[in-house]
Write a protein that binds this ligand. Structure first.
Ligand SMILES: *[C@@H]1O[C@H](CO)[C@@H](O)[C@H](O)[C@H]1NC(C)=O
Length: 187
């Protein structure tokens, strides 16, 4: 297997995430990586990567046109967990944008057992008011749940998760402990 430079670059940004005491290796691919070659995914798989996280919606609300092909190549390499994340665009309606992005993913056959993660970071892109941010997220999560519940055969499984950190959550929501978010999966 010939592992090119791009693969090395991607391997560098791999993250290690502890999921209930077990560490799994994965990688993240955004719109900016464009088309990632099959060789690269094969290399990531050979390196022991177990999951990929792919950007479905960019911060300007636009769909990532490389998503479908990149996920298909990731699956073809043997990587089984291929989740997607959404960068919220706070200049657009929260419900409309997540519904549109999920609709496109469904029509492209991208969604099967994937989780959809909402990327909550960089307060510059959010409203000045914590309450407005919290309401925006609630609307987006609620609509997302309506549109996508197929991530698991478990009845009532929440397929929308939060991708954030304590610092980002604080900057954007003033560390709200609102019960609405309490049971959500956290990346
Ligand atoms: C942020 O949260 C703290 C602690 O709950 C509270 O005292 C403060 O008033 C909040 N700030 C705003 C602007 O809501």
């Amino acid at each position: 297997m010939h592992c090119g430079l791009l693969c090395l670059a991607l391997c560098v940004c791999l993250c290690v995430i502890g999921v209930s005491a077990r560490a799994t290796h994965g990688f993240e691919i955004s719109y900016y990586q464009g088309h990632v070659t099959q060789d690269t995914f094969d290399c990531l798989n050979d390196e022991g990567m177990k999951f990929g996280l792919f950007q479905a919606q960019r911060f300007n609300g636009k769909y990532n046109p490389y998503l479908k092909d990149d996920i298909a190549r990731s699956k073809a390499s043997g990587i089984k967990t291929n989740d997607v994340y959404i960068m919220p665009d706070t200049t657009q309606d929260p419900r409309d944008q997540i519904a549109a992005t999920i609709e496109t993913m469904k029509s492209e056959g991208v969604l099967d057992d994937n989780m959809i993660w909402i990327d909550v970071e960089n307060s510059d892109y959010w409203f000045p008011s914590y309450d407005d941010n919290i309401q925006f997220m609630k609307d987006m999560v609620e609509e997302g749940r309506k549109q996508w519940s197929g991530c698991s055969w478990l009845f009532g499984q929440d397929c929308i998760g939060m991708l954030t950190s304590a610092a980002e959550w604080d900057a954007i929501t003033n560390s709200t402990e609102d019960a609405f978010f309490a049971d959500m999966e956290l990346w």
